[in-house]
Design a protein around this ligand. Structure first.
Ligand SMILES: [Zn+2]
Length: 402
């Protein structure tokens, strides 16, 4: 028990022109309204009678500020039990900056729908989940009960923009995700939450909490959420700065008897997922979208940003680069290949980049002597890349790719 308090009011449905919001009065560092928003025709997805998703949205801030959470509406009994008896004490013991707080709420019976969904961004992890859990399954398939009914587009702080710019990004992402889902015969739902406007948390530190909360708020129709793992389970650690390193724990506890979270791709390295995608048909391969210049699913990869380069190197290392020619402007990559490899070597402390460089070396693609020379002249190599950046972007724009 602590002196500080966070209070969540009763959820209220508010209808807008095209959307509905499930809103609560939130007392947390002042008075605010915390809401989740979905399209009007998806209103029946919202779990309106409980505060499960709202509690998860404010949980990390509560732990960090040592604030008990008081709820004016119920929380599902088994979630409440596992929060207070397992997750909160464990995190508080492991992370010095977290306190052993308590969630105070009336327990209510578990309730959940039957749909299986996953969050979709078009990146390697989410496309891997989509392609593994989409399509026909047979009765004896171990994934038979985990076949996707739909994909979701979540906006809970992942976009770095604010205000109107963020709304435009979300709406574009949702519309492009809807198009992709419809082509694959899947449903699509968008969920927005304004938590980032209330508390400015670094997305890496809280992303897994927020993704699970967005899925949980639509649990009246969704019973299973496939969370695309960003890191291997073997990298597990309770890290105050990255919830993605302990999402195995979060996925186990932030559930109820009627709403389950499964992590997909928690055993595969990023490069193994790329190898898997290379074996899929063109209808899947062309969807791969990793670009940081235009992070919206369904957009064109630029081919020269850090994530594009990392992915292209991995594909080249695997010998499958040409299979992704619809998704990446490969002529640009090839034209500046030596500089790109040199730059990648300098960034290989990043786990995913190291995997890509490792694959390149395994296949004898990297001449270590020439690369060593380039690394020694690292600043010069960076300068070459930066000098080319404008020219490359101009070329890509001329082609109408971005
Ligand atoms: Zn890019």
């Amino acid at each position: 028990m602590t002196d500080k308090q966070i209070r969540l009011g009763r959820p209220v449905l508010e209808a807008g022109k095209d959307s509905v919001r499930l809103t609560v009065d939130l007392q947390m560092d002042g008075q605010n309204k915390l809401y989740f928003e979905v399209a009007k025709d998806k209103a029946d997805y919202l779990a309106t009678d409980r505060l499960d998703a709202f509690v998860i949205m404010v949980l990390r801030h509560a732990l960090l500020t040592g604030s008990d959470i008081y709820c004016d509406a119920p929380v599902t009994s088994d979630l409440l039990y596992m929060l207070n008896e397992s997750l909160i004490p464990t995190l508080a013991r492991k992370i010095d900056r977290f306190s052993d707080i308590k969630v105070h709420a009336e327990p209510c019976a578990p309730f959940g729908g039957t749909e299986v969904i996953t969050g979709y961004s078009g990146g390697v992890d989410s496309l891997y989940t989509l392609s593994r859990h989409h399509g026909k399954t047979t009765a004896n398939d171990e994934k038979a009960n985990l076949k996707l009914d739909g994909v979701a587009c979540f906006d809970a702080g992942v976009y770095e923009e604010f205000g109107e710019a963020r709304t435009r990004m979300y709406e574009t992402a949702l519309s492009q995700t809807q198009k992709i889902a419809s082509e694959l015969g899947l449903g699509c739902i968008g969920v927005r939450c304004n938590i980032q406007d209330i508390v400015d948390e670094h997305y890496l530190s809280v992303g897994s909490y927020r993704l699970i909360a967005c899925a949980m708020v639509i649990s009246r129709r969704v019973g299973t959420f496939l969370l695309s793992g960003a890191y291997e389970f073997s990298s597990f650690s309770i890290d105050v700065d990255s919830s993605f390193y302990y999402e195995l724990l979060l996925a186990d506890i932030l559930t109820t008897k009627a709403f389950r979270v499964y992590i997909s791709g928690g055993v595969q390295k990023r490069i193994e997922k790329i190898a898997y995608l290379a074996k899929q048909g063109p209808e899947i391969r062309r969807l791969l979208h990793v670009c940081v210049h235009d992070p919206l699913p369904g957009s064109q990869n630029c081919g020269v940003c850090s994530k594009c380069i990392r992915t292209e190197l991995a594909m080249e290392g695997l010998g499958v680069l040409d299979l992704f020619s619809e998704a990446f402007p490969l002529d640009v990559y090839r034209q500046h290949h030596d500089e790109i490899v040199a730059k990648a070597n300098m960034a290989s402390r990043n786990q995913h980049m190291a995997e890509a460089i490792g694959a390149m070396k395994d296949r004898g693609f990297v001449n270590s002597e020439s690369i060593e020379r380039k690394i020694r002249g690292g600043k010069a190599a960076s300068a070459v890349i930066n000098a080319h950046k404008e020219e490359l972007l101009k070329k890509i724009k001329e082609k109408g790719l971005i």
